[in-house]
Write a protein that binds this ligand. Structure first.
Ligand code: GLA
Length: 728
């Protein structure tokens, strides 16, 4: 049993293979967080000390005990306005205007497995999953908080969420409904968060947590390029391979907040969930609100140790079972090859070249529908533009399949151009403020996905295309942030619900399509990686990582992404040189090695390739197939530190059973008479012997891990190295 409750001490213990999480309802019913970290085998309530800190008042029933304060005790799910002055996890407005929430223990239940969530993505049950529900209640306002803990012992992950139920007889308005609150009584932390921008997503930034509040998040109606819903708290000395690290990943693709507060005594609180700004949700009597899930994990083995945990749970319990281990096709995408300028003839020419080089799928990107000659018109009109194409989509798809390739299509379902038949027929289907001109971005507006009629319309429109032609893959784009988040279908007092209802509508549409087309690969995309989150990964086994396809820029983007997400989810293509975003020239070999650390594909005009380049691409694809299982399923390690000041970056894939390892290194700054690049490998069996492919040389795992391996100096810009070791 990974979940235990000890009657005598009142302690709940949640155990995974290497971690322990403890909490306890005290004599007043306050649910105190006791501990999260390495397994201890003991009760951790001895860590709680009471003291009168002044200006930290006492609950009425304990007013004689000046040492007992909600403000100083570690809370499992903090209330609001009743004496804990730190960040609240929940805030609810009662009919009388009070915003106070005071939650006390009511009941608990433990079950095997986990019930699925309806309407939201969730972490799928594993063989050994168990669920604890602890119900807290504010009896004055009738708010119940059912704290859910799904324990994944093998993966060392605890998944939390909260179901808030109005059990009173008056309506309540939720103004904040976080998914989790984690209090760390002791310890000083650095926080790693992942900021960015279009064309440079998930840049890790590490900062010391100061006293007071630090918060990250997105109010863009999407998880965003700018701030990923994932943070890591680590001890100050933690490195890639050593030290305590805690991860907190929200499984959500809309507005989100990660708030941290270091209090008067140096304790740290982390609260995460739907962004409270602009959020409100009316709960009528008997109604419930389910928050998105949060994946918590802890590793004592540094950032790499933590990343491996997230990679594993995402690969096994988040990705749809259909695509968990299945190989993904090597694709060629038409975007950087042709942009909007194509017809079926040109696409078929691309397809013939692609087939010759060993590619497996052709993806027709933006521009095949409505009046879509450029980005001014057509979004919303998911009707094939046969005039532009010169044939029907079925004819094109049939010809592509006849060449032996699969076929994929681009959609941007949640968007509409004003210049579209859809918008002309249903202007109220777009999110716009009454009496105000809306913000326009890339000439487009956002559809109101909170409306069932909009979701239904999109479902049938997409099905019409997918039923008409054989289509194995959809690229699902989302090319602007959401502003004017006002629904013409909801009353004034419910406008605070629109942003979340929007996400529920999007998730519903994805769910319905996948029910109908279970073999479809949907690759997520949002101007590159603007919606790269565990919520989208539940539906999309891969997400286009960035619109920046420059291999040297991708080193940073893919590395940053790897802290939380496995490489098997990162859409990554070889593109042309000079690169279309930066103008940089990078050798084809290096572009191939960087794209291999992802779901591999090409994004270039194959008609522009020389014969030598085509030959090299053929070999790249063969090499990719050879290494794909190791890349997709092996343990991934970053071999260079974040701020190592190195002029190269390196990573590796190690088979779980220690039988093989692939090491890849790219020099980012070639120096005359420079130092040899050198890395120490990870994840090998120390006493085993490994042969380096292409040589007779063998090394012990211990030599490679402790002594490391160095690389020869190469001439020219951005050379890459690749080493493959097999156990002898
Ligand atoms: C976004 C995507 C690109 C491409 C274009 C098409 O920017 O990230 O890959 O699909 O849209 O308009």
């Amino acid at each position: 049993m990974s979940i235990q409750f000890h009657e005598s001490t009142g302690i709940f213990s949640l155990e995974t293979a290497h971690t322990l999480y403890q909490m306890k309802a005290d004599s007043t019913g306050v649910l105190l967080h006791l501990y999260y970290g390495k397994k201890t085998g003991g009760d951790m309530d001895y860590l709680i000390r009471l003291t009168d800190r002044g200006f930290s008042g006492n609950p009425y029933e304990l007013s004689g005990n000046r040492g007992y304060s909600l403000d100083t005790l570690p809370q499992e799910y903090s209330g609001n306005g009743v004496g804990d002055f730190r960040l609240p996890a929940v805030q609810a407005r009662s009919e009388n205007g009070s915003r106070s929430v005071d939650l006390r223990f009511k009941a608990y239940a433990v079950i095997k497995g986990r019930p699925p969530l309806s309407g939201l993505p969730f972490v799928r049950e594993a063989r050994d999953t168990e669920t604890l529900t602890v119900t807290l209640c504010d009896s004055v306002i009738g708010l119940e908080a059912q704290l859910q803990y799904h324990v994944f012992p093998t993966q060392d992950v605890i998944v939390r969420s909260v179901r808030l139920v109005n059990t009173g007889d008056r309506p309540l308005i939720l103004e904040k409904a976080a998914s989790a609150c984690v209090d760390f009584l002791y310890g000083q932390f650095d926080v790693l968060h992942f900021h960015g921008r279009h064309c440079m997503e998930r840049v890790p930034e590490r900062s010391a947590l100061p006293r007071g509040v630090m918060s990250f998040g997105s109010r863009r109606g999407m998880s965003s390029h700018h701030s990923n819903p994932f943070v890591i708290l680590c001890e100050k000395t933690a490195t890639e391979n050593a030290g305590d690290c805690y991860g907190c990943m929200l499984m959500y693709s809309g507005n989100h907040a990660e708030e941290m507060e270091v209090d008067q005594a140096g304790s740290t609180r982390l609260v995460t969930g739907i962004h409270p700004d602009g959020f409100s949700w009316t709960l009528a009597r008997g109604e419930a609100f389910q928050t998105p899930e949060v994946l918590l994990s802890y590793s004592e083995n540094g950032l790499n140790g933590l990343s491996c945990r997230y990679h594993e749970i995402i690969r096994r319990q988040v990705i749809r079972p259909r695509w968990q281990t299945a190989g993904r096709p090597v694709l060629i995408n038409s975007w950087e090859a042709a942009y909007f300028d194509f017809d079926a003839e040109k696409i078929l020419r691309f397809a013939r070249h692609a087939k010759e080089m060993g590619m497996e799928m052709l993806v027709l990107d933006d521009g095949w529908f409505g009046k879509r000659g450029d980005d001014h018109a057509g979004l919303g009109d998911w009707v094939v533009n046969e005039k532009k194409l010169g044939c029907s989509m079925r004819e094109l798809s049939d010809q592509i399949h006849a060449l032996g390739l699969q076929f994929g299509l681009w959609f941007e379902p949640e968007m509409v151009n004003e210049d579209s038949d859809l918008y002309r027929a249903h202007p109220d289907w777009a999110l716009t403020d009454p009496d105000r001109k809306p913000m326009v971005a890339r000439n487009q507006l956002v559809l109101d996905m909170s409306r069932q009629d909009v979701v239904d319309h999109l479902f049938y429109a997409l099905c019409a295309v997918l039923d008409h032609a054989k289509i194995e893959y959809v690229k699902w784009d989302f090319n602007r942030s959401v502003a004017n988040c006002y629904s013409h279908a909801l009353p004034a007092e419910r406008q605070g619900e629109v942003a979340h209802r929007f996400m529920l509508g999007t998730y519903q549409l994805l769910e319905r399509l996948l029910d109908r087309y279970p073999d479809l690969i949907i690759e997520g995309c949002s101007g590159g990686g603007g919606r790269f989150d565990a919520g989208m990964l539940y539906y999309c086994p891969q997400i286009w990582c960035s619109d920046d396809t420059d291999a040297i820029e991708r080193l940073e983007i893919q590395r940053g992404t790897s802290y939380g997400y496995p490489v098997s989810t990162m859409g990554s293509h070889v593109s042309a040189a000079p690169n279309h975003q930066t103008g940089r020239m990078v050798p084809l070999n290096t572009r191939g090695i960087v794209a291999q650390a992802g779901t591999f594909g090409y994004e270039l005009n194959p008609e522009m390739l020389s014969d030598e380049e085509k030959e090299e691409i053929k070999k790249q694809i063969e090499a990719y197939h050879r290494f794909a299982p190791l890349i997709a399923q092996g343990d991934y390690y970053r071999l260079t530190e974040l701020d190592g000041g190195k002029e190269y970056t390196a990573w590796m894939f190690a088979a779980r059973d220690g039988s093989k390892a692939l090491v890849q290194l790219v020099v980012t700054h070639t120096r005359a008479n420079g130092a040899f690049p050198h890395v120490r490998l990870q994840g090998l069996i120390p006493e085993a012997s490994y042969r380096l492919e292409g040589t007779d040389r063998t090394y012990t795992g211990a030599s490679l891990m402790y002594g490391g391996i160095s690389f020869p100096l190469k001439w020219g810009d951005y050379p890459a190295h690749q080493l493959y070791f097999t156990r002898t």
